[in-house]
Each structure stands twice: as structure tokens, then as C-alpha cells.
Design a protein around this ligand. Structure first.
Ligand code: Z5A
Length: 215
């Protein structure tokens, strides 16, 4: 029986301004040079409905959004994203490169907003089943550097407007996730000059490609 090749799922994570967006093109380039078909996406968002929810999640300021409502909206967008984009691409043998996924929920809604890990895990299981990223690059940078870089770029969204304590809790949770998942999550020291960060990103992605090709 012919086996349909399953694609691989790569995510990038990190607190605001860490350099994810800048490095997505580096990852994309490394994959394309190896002839790997890719689908690039982002969360929250990734589908037309999800992008409409993204706008509400990031920028709705007319009322205080309770953390549970924020959490459920993020998983609603994710359910549609998996159904419409991620799962079909992986089944077709394509690789999916996604700017943020559920690690961000553990970091921002768990670490930042204080929602219990059990509640997040319950929704994760309901929405994703067994689906997990195969490789995650975590761009880690101190809060002040991240803030300074994010400010260069755009006006602050609801998360970027949070206090330093929120951002510190996000960073701490991300680093805990990395410690607990060393095979999957590779931490990139994003405080280094961009050329050095780019070298490390290329090296991690090429190592991963070699590993998959050798399987
Ligand atoms: N969110 C959530 O709460 N829960 C969830 O489950 C999910 C998301 C999925 C949107 O994310 C928000 O959604 C996010 C969490 C929440 N909150 N925030 N904030 P986003 O990824 O779309 O937005 P972002 O994190 O704000 O991304 P960003 O501002 O695009 O930052 P970035 O991608 O990490 O940084 P960048 O744009 O690549 O770089 C920023 C600037 O720094 C830029 O001028 C670069 O040229 C410069 N840069 C980058 N690297 C370097 C180095 N190494 N040296 C010097 N300068 C650099």
C-alpha cells in the first residue's frame, strides 16, 4: 500500500519583539532550498474567520475581556485553522510553518493571565487531539530588549500594552516549556546580533531537515 507522506509542523514562538517575524523568512528559505513544499500561517488567525477573531483578540478595547473568553476565542480560531489549513496540508505531505501555536497559549493565557494549565490542556486535547509541532524555535530575549524592538515596529496591541510582570511571566513559562520539551523546542538567544541569530536558525532548521530525511 502506498503511504501518504506526512508533512512536518514547525512553529516559532517568543515574547513580543523577540524576532520571530524577521526569522520566518530565514526558515522558509532553508526549507525551500531543500525543495520542501510549505504552507506558512499564523495564530491567532490563519483562516478568514480566524483573522477576524485575531483582530478582536489583539485590538478590541471597548471592554475588559475576561481571560476565559480570550482563551476560548483563541482555541475557536485554532480549531478552524487546524481543520481548514494545518491538517489538510500535513496530510498532503506539505510542511506547515506557523507563527505561534499552543505554546503561546500556555505562555500568555497560562503564564500571563494565570489560567490553569489543566484548563488549557483540556482544550488542547479537545481541539488538537494528538497534533503537536515537530519542531519549535523559541526566540528568547529579555523584556526590555523585546519592548524596545516591538516599539520600533508598530502600535502596541492588547498584549504588548501589558505590564512588565505579565511579560516576565510569559517569558518564564516559555522557558519552562522549553526545559520540559528539549527534543522539540530549541531556544535561540535572540538578544544576539541578527546575523548570529540567523546563523543559529539556519543551523537548527537544517539539522531538523537532515534528521527527517534520514528517518
Ligand atoms: N497570543 C496569545 O495570547 N495566545 C495565543 O495562543 C497566541 C497568540 C497564538 C500576536 O502575536 C499576539 O497574540 C501575541 C500573543 C498573542 N502578542 N503579542 N504581543 P504576533 O506574533 O502577531 O505579535 P508579536 O509577538 O507582537 O510579534 P512581533 O511584534 O511581530 O514581534 P516579533 O515577530 O517577535 O519581532 P520582529 O517583528 O521580527 O522584530 C521586531 C523588530 O526587532 C524589527 O524591527 C526587527 O528588525 C528587529 N530585530 C529582530 N531581531 C533582531 C536582532 N537580533 N537584533 C536587532 N534587532 C532585531
Amino acid at each position: 500500500m502506498t503511504q501518504v507522506p506526512r508533512g512536518r509542523f514547525i512553529t516559532v514562538e517568543g515574547q513580543d519583539g523577540a524576532g520571530k517575524t524577521t526569522n520566518l523568512s530565514v526558515i522558509r528559505d532553508a526549507l525551500e532550498r531543500s525543495g520542501i513544499p510549505i504552507v506558512q500561517s499564523r495564530e491567532p488567525g490563519g483562516t478568514p474567520w480566524g483573522e477576524a477573531l485575531r483582530e478582536l483578540i489583539l485590538n478590541y478595547r471597548d471592554t475588559d475581556i475576561v481571560p476565559t473568553a480570550e482563551l476560548l476565542t483563541i482555541f475557536a480560531a485554532r480549531a478552524q485553522h487546524i481543520h481548514q489549513v494545518i491538517a489538510p496540508a500535513l496530510s498532503a505531505g506539505k510542511w506547515v510553518l506557523c507563527d505561534r501555536f499552543t505554546d503561546a497559549t500556555y505562555a500568555y493565557q497560562g503564564g500571563g493571565r494565570g489560567i490553569s494549565l489543566d484548563a488549557i490542556a483540556l482544550l488542547e486535547h479537545m481541539v488538537q487531539g494528538q497534533l503537536q509541532p515537530d519542531l519549535t524555535l523559541l526566540f528568547d530575549v529579555d523584556i526590555d530588549t523585546g519592548n524596545a524592538r516591538a516599539q520600533q515596529r508598530s502600535t502596541a496591541d492588547r498584549f504588548e500594552s501589558e505590564q512588565a510582570s505579565f511579560k516576565q511571566a510569559v517569558r518564564t513559562r516559555y522557558l519552562t516549556i522549553a526545559k520540559q520539551n528539549p527534543q522539540r523546542v530549541k531556544v535561540i538567544d535572540a538578544s544576539q546580533p541578527l546575523e548570529q541569530v540567523v546563523r543559529e536558525v539556519r543551523s537548527q532548521v537544517n539539522d531538523f531537515i537532515r534528521k527527517v530525511v534520514g528517518e
